[in-house]
Design a protein around this ligand. Sequence first.
Ligand code: ATP
Length: 452
Amino acid sequence: MPKILIIEDDTSFAKMLQRFFTKKGYEVFLSSSGKDGSKQIKENAPDLILTDLRLPDLNGIQLIASIGENIPIIVMTGYAEVQTAVEAMKQGAFDYVSKPFTPDQILQTIEKALDKGERASSFVSKDIKESESNTDDDLNSGKEGKNVEFVSSATKKLDEYISLVAPTDMSVLIIGKSGSGKEVTAKSIHNKSKRHDKPFVALDCGAIPKELAASEFFGHLKGSFTGAVSDKVGSFEAASGGTLFLDEVGNLSYQNQIQLLRALQERKIKRIGSNKEIEVDVRIISATNEDLKEAVGRGNFREDLYHRLNEFSLQIPSLIERLEDLPVLAYHFLKVSNQKLGKNIQDFSNQVWDIFMTYHWPGNIRELQNIIKRAVLLTDGNEIIPDVLPSEMLAPSEITASSVNLTKEEFEKEQILNALKRTNYNKSKAAKLLQVTRKTLYNRIHHYNLDI
Ligand SMILES: Nc1ncnc2c1ncn2[C@@H]1O[C@H](COP(=O)(O)OP(=O)(O)OP(=O)(O)O)[C@@H](O)[C@H]1O
């Protein structure tokens, strides 16, 4: 079993990595300082070292220089430290990864580094390594064989990340298209966290007028502004001890971003009209369906806030990227709709399955849910047939699942143009068809420079 030493002073982050690598079959040691790290290198003889560059007692570059080239070292860097990371590589580090990174990214880098080390020393312990890796393969295939039947690899990976990050207090940024399950994911993280018996409060930042955002976040006292007819508890206070979910966080105005950042930095808020500071303990999970990094680049979203919200990011696959899950979801929605509507419809016809598996699902899981509910309502027989599906599914656009070989950007651009054509260039209707907000549609039109 390969041994990894993680030198990182952020202990909850280090523990999360430890759990992940242990699951992947590594033996993991933790150290929170350079001095202790050097001691552990002697005691535990790790096969690989993963180290932060900023350590409380030693600079990572000095540490790397003292280890030499015998053990592969991977350095973890903050977003502004790439230059130092390059320096670290000159000193002999194998590679660097910039935070935030997904566990899979770091795993790949580690495997690459170990593979290199293994080749270099293969003559020493080839037999042992071969027998160990065979056992690992058997275990992995056995594990997967149990539950891969109906679940896509994209969803399995997502579940794995949720379980990893849930017990920590890290801020999570969930990225995904509208209706893909971002809020469901946020709830799942909350339910698996130690805060699960405290409130989960969701705030749709896209729906609040910017003048009212501060009051929604922090609350207000009666009479503090026109319309403040009674005292109001804000979302931060309401979520105290629990989780605050900020949906469509990219839609916050610049002024609101500053207010949010201040509250996150100070962990204290004041209700509007009050001088009393209130300490708040909330975990922040936010979601976006636009590219926030790009919004940072354009100057529309504050970089400092972006990094504070994005200690860990989760990408939610669109339904079209997880079509293997569609049957499980479809039967689930059939069952729920039957219960709600007092029906007992058994199945979907073969033609319906064909349509489901080739449609492009711009509205993702929400669209599937709505379509099935409507179909259940309209069906008299035993089985759902194409007649009860919406007409846009029966005469689908030229864009279908098979066109996924377009790049993601080309595909999205096509979807937007298509929706606009089908609605006679009415942007409100096109946004509805795409199941995004008008603001998102405007942003995307601007992003793709669409001349309409
Ligand atoms: N894994 C799932 N199982 C069952 N239902 C799901 C699942 N994921 C999403 N849904 C359903 O799909 C709908 C959309 O999910 P959700 O609200 O989480 O998406 P979203 O990405 O947050 O959407 P938006 O971007 O519009 O806020 C909800 O009604 C939700 O119940």
